[in-house]
Design a protein around this ligand. Sequence first.
Ligand code: S3P
Length: 749
Amino acid sequence: MTVARQEGVGRLVVVGIGLIGGSLALGLKAASGCREVIGVARRVETCEQAVALGIADRAVTDVREVLPELEAGDVIFVSVPTLTVEAIFAQLKDQLPAGVTVTDGASVKGSVIAAARKVWGEVPEFLVPGHPIAGSEQSGVTAARDDLYIAHRIILTPAESTGAAHLGRIDAMWRAVGAEVLTMPVAEHDEVLAATSHLPHVIAYGLVDTLAHDAENENIFRYAAGGFRDFTRIASSDPVMWRDIMLANRDAILKSIDLYTSNLEALRGAIASGDSEHLMGVFTRAKAARDHFTKMLAKKAYTETMEVKDVTFVAHPGGAVNGELRVPGDKSMSHRSIMLGSLAEGVTEVEGFLEGEDALATLQAFRDMGVVIEGPHNGRVTIHGVGMNGLQAPPGPLYVGNSGTSMRLLAGLLAGQQFDVTLTGDESLSKRPMNRVANPLREMGAVVETGEGGRPPLKIRGGKTLKAIDYPLPMASAQVKSCVLLAGLYAEGDTSTTEPAPTRDHTERMLAGFGYDVRRDGARACVTGGGKLTACHIDVPADISSATFFMVAASIAPGSDVLLEHVGINPTRDGAINILRAMGADITLQNQREVGGEPVADIRVRYAPLKGIRIPEDQVPLAIDEFPAIFVAAACAEGETVLTGAEELRVKESDRIQAMADGLKVLGINAEPTPDGIVIQGRGGQGSAEVFAGGEVDSLGDHRIAMSFAVAALRAGAEIRILHCANVATSFPNFAELAGRAGMKLTVS
Ligand code: S3P
């Protein structure tokens, strides 16, 4: 279906001037989007009111009166109760001038299409069925507002026969009043609306009626508070309109009611039998879904007022970092704590959990597979494990956002389940290579489909018997290693991985913490399938990858002295400490201890002049996520820094070699990308406090690039604007706040 771009509407004829029709008229007038508004209402008083309120320039009681004067480019908006639409169509039938577009606002589209067929014998090319997803429990002409549609969705359900020019005109009309327009097939629209709008109205009307008619509850409204008010607001909507919707969308609504009734029955049963697990399952899943929805609504409100869709960091030049800081929990361990805790027997308590979007995506995925997970509340999560074979098929695809770790580790785990599942992600994740996990899983007998070019989505077929393999990793990747080992838990016999260089070993350590035997011998790790995990307590230390931004900040900004508390310093993760020290950084580890099988320390970093180095290749996997920040340190060092053997950086959340080289160049640094690394000429030896020029750089939605350029501003001569920083929330949601507390001057807009 093509949408032809259009000039504004000529005349707008609104048939039925209530909240919906009146608000379109007011909005379009405010946007100078039409030449004239003609109102049509059955009652003369409504006509007079519409004119008096400035909604219509003139008004009539029968649409047929104005049809002869209409011409091509004019629009008739039918905004009457659903079951009256047919009668209005019948009035239009004989006298509608050519080129006039007819559209409507009914909440059910199947009945509008049926009405059109009845009147015209087909769906005419000038008809564009539509449904504005906006409104309020108020109705009538006096409720109309010119801003009702701003940042609200309009669903158009054009038929095959709908003309492109007519569709384009209606699309443009709604955009002119600030709405977002999308198209959908009629049946899909009616099913979606049955579930999300019509069912809630049935329940709200039914509940209020039940309470209002229950004699024993005569005084009940007197005691009803916010919960009742919020839940039943929509029971005050227009009864005629809602009666029509129920009758017009009967089948889809019945389906929704039946589903809801059976869930309500199950809840009733759980309450009757004291099944607290069932109640917690329903309530935690519902809370998570509602919280997610609240965030979606908040973002919408944000775009409404700020008219921006993304986050920009403005990092002001100069400053130093000082104080004691605790950065958020380790991302890799947070993911794994949810995965293993879910598959364990018993209740696992997690502390220090990273409440960032990536780890929350993993948490949500397991909730979607039926695991009861409480929290997170201040980093505490309680996971009611379901055992190795207790996961349930999720209701739809598992969406893991920006998180490569979720997708790749989950792929391994899911290959051993009895159900099919699809894994999807955001735009960045959808470009990342997945054959690196699909190939070994296929060798194990799993059935895994990827999208084009080995990219997401991943479709994993359940019910396959996995066979154990010995897998030499083609690249140093902890995600691939973990994926194979997790699949190995479900395979018959011994599954082993051999890595070309040490990579983070949190999976191996945490499996051992859950009582699963992992045999490790140098580069080889081996598990025997068929074992079980036993719930445990997990204390997630602060993430060294997040701490690195402050290690670099303190190292490059004279006058800095920070203490980073409780940071994980696992030897498979400490490359950034080793590299920065080799460059001359002043880093001391204090209070070294072991917490839950992971080494932890407080890291003190004081300013020290840095020098460029050739980065040893054996450090690359140990600092794989820290290079964007290390490149900033290299730019501030004296002399040249050379990185090789780091081609993996090209397939992270962005191509980090290119993205950093581009940004550094904008800031006046000589940075030359190579296929597997970069060469950076440091400007630290030039006697100037200012290493970076100011400017605008693009983080390409990569959280670590965004934070690295924010740190660079400590040695910049002018402000650095960093675009597309929303994904900082994936790993370090309170970065701006902590950076500010430490002394960096960062504003978020
Ligand atoms: C991770 C492994 C690394 C790392 C990622 C987290 C993990 O990826 O870059 O941020 O938790 O296993 P690769 O395995 O692709 O190197």
